[in-house]
Every structure is written in C-alpha cells, then in structure tokens.
Ligand binder design. Structure first.
Ligand code: NAD
Length: 253
C-alpha cells in the first residue's frame, strides 16, 4: 500500500528516530526527511546507519551509532541534536524468541526490557526538559500487538511492550497540560528485518494456532511510518495518550 508524503509538514522540526537503520525506524526517518525535518537517526548498527546516510544523501540527516539503552549514547544523541528537539520517535526494539514465562532466561529478559523499555524511558527523560521549557513537543513510542494481548510474542517482549504503553500514558498524563503529547503505535505483523526464532516447542505448540489463524496480512514499514509521522505532527494535535494499532485489524479479533 502506498502512502503519501505531506510536503513541508516537518519543516524546521528536529526529530530523533531510534532504530533508524532498518524497518520501521528507517521508513520513519526517510519519511520525516521527505517532509522537511532534520532527523537525528540512531542505531546500534554502524553499517546500517552508513548505508542509510548514503542512500538518503541528505545534509538534514545526522547519525549516532550505539546502543540506545546506554545512558552515554542517549547523552550523545541529545548533544548531537544541538538545541531544540521538537519530536522523538522511540522505534528501536528487539524480540525474545517467543520464550514463555517458565522458560525465560535472565539475560534475555534483561536485554529485552533494557532495549524495549528502559531505553525509551531514558531518551524520553533526556528530551523532556527542553520540550517542557518550550511548552511543546511530541513523542511517539512503538509498542506492538504484543502490548495489547498475551498471544503475540514471548513473556519478556510482551511485558516490555505492555510497559511501553504504561510509560506512554504516564508521559501523556503528566505533560499533556504542559504542551508535550505522547502517543504509541502498536504494529501488527510488519515486513522488516526483526529477528525472532521459536526456541520453545511449547511456545510453538501454544502460539502456532493463534498466529496461523488470527494474523492478517503483514504491513509495510512505510505504512507504520505514516502512522508515526501523523502522531508526531500537528495533524494529531488533539490526540494524547492514544495507543494506535496499525495492524490490519488484528486487534479486533
Ligand atoms: N516487524 C514487526 O512485525 C513488528 C511488530 C510489532 C512491533 N514491532 C516493533 O517495531 C519496532 C521496530 O522494529 P522493526 O520491525 O522495524 O525491526 P528491525 O530489526 O528491522 O529494526 C530495528 C532497528 O533497531 C536497531 N536496534 C536494535 N537494538 C538497538 C539498540 N539497543 N540501540 C539502537 N538501535 C537498536 C536495529 O539495529 C535495527 O536496525 C520495534 O520496537 C519492534 O518491537 C515490530
């Protein structure tokens, strides 16, 4: 499905996009640049960021490579943004190999919660002072179908994506009256490079039938970027604390 660029919608805006090297983050960075923003794109993969920069060839794209759950990388991103950050798209995330609660591994749990949740909190915390000083700003977090139900991923990913919704609502509640809006997109199946394998036979047996019968056709990353851009833009000025499924209707099943 093709999406339409709204020319100039982000003219003058400075937007941080995490996970900008691939999938939904890459599509979001690409779209925001096309709509006039300066984009600070971050990713843990140097190679992906280098490819993005050469593909887009824009002097409005600044990049920071590093693990966004690391506080020093967060500080670097904010520093590179140099001044006003108008918007933040927390897109980077990782999967959990569909491990059910009885089989969760500590290292995997810690990593998934750190990247999918703690990083979102840290970057949000870092950009809020400037946004609050100006009385304006928009934040979009990427949750998941797994933030809405228990049958879409393993325990760690499901917990992290539910928690992202809690953080989104908390941010919206505390700072909406001070001009900062925070919303989330909950993607269903989307064609990207995200890695996940079924490592648990029980998980395959239990989840398999749900995934086979309930999951609609996957979306393109560009369709998700369109929803994220809308929530970041003034076009959604009356929307705060919303969780927007972009999932071809999966969430109504
Ligand atoms: N693809 C789907 O079906 C789907 C469904 C629901 C939710 N999501 C969510 O969408 C978001 C984007 O995922 P995607 O599908 O585009 O995946 P992707 O793997 O294609 O892109 C994610 C990018 O994030 C980067 N990244 C991973 N860990 C990082 C870290 N610690 N610091 C900085 N960058 C890091 C990766 O290098 C990668 O380039 C994630 O939060 C994911 O959970 C995806």
């Amino acid at each position: 499905m093709s999406t339409h660029i709204v020319e100039g919608r982000f003219a003058g805006a400075r937007v941080i996009v995490t996970g900008a090297g691939s999938g939904i983050g890459k599509a979001t960075a690409t779209r925001l640049l096309a709509e006039g923003a300066t984009v600070i794109g971050t990713d843990i993969s140097v190679q992906r960021l280098t490819e993005l920069a050469s593909e887009l060839g824009s002097d409005r794209l600044l990049t920071v490579a590093g693990d966004i759950s690391d506080e020093t990388v967060v500080a670097e991103v904010v520093q590179i943004a140099d001044g006003e950050i108008t918007s933040l798209a927390n897109v980077a995330g990782i999967m959990d190999d569909f491990l059910p609660p009885a089989e969760v591994e500590d290292a995997l749990w810690d990593r998934v919660l750190r990247v999918n949740l703690t990083a979102v909190m840290r970057l949000t915390r870092a950009v809020l002072p400037g946004m609050l000083e100006r009385g304006a700003g928009t934040i979009v977090n990427v949750s998941s179908e797994a933030g809405l139900r228990g049958s879409a991923a393993g325990a760690a990913y499901t917990a992290s994506k539910h928690a992202v919704i809690g953080l989104t609502r908390s941010t919206a509640f505390f700072y909406g009256p001070r001009g900062v809006r925070c919303n989330a997109v909950a993607p269903g199946a989307t064609i990207t490079n995200i890695q996940a394998e079924f490592r648990s036979p029980y998980s395959t047996e239990r989840m398999g039938p749900y995934l086979q019968t309930n999951v609609p056709q996957p979306a393109s990353a560009e369709e998700l970027a369109a929803a994220i851009a809308w929530l970041l833009s003034d076009d959604s000025s009356n929307v705060n604390g919303a969780i927007l499924p972009s999932d071809n209707g999966w969430s109504v099943i």
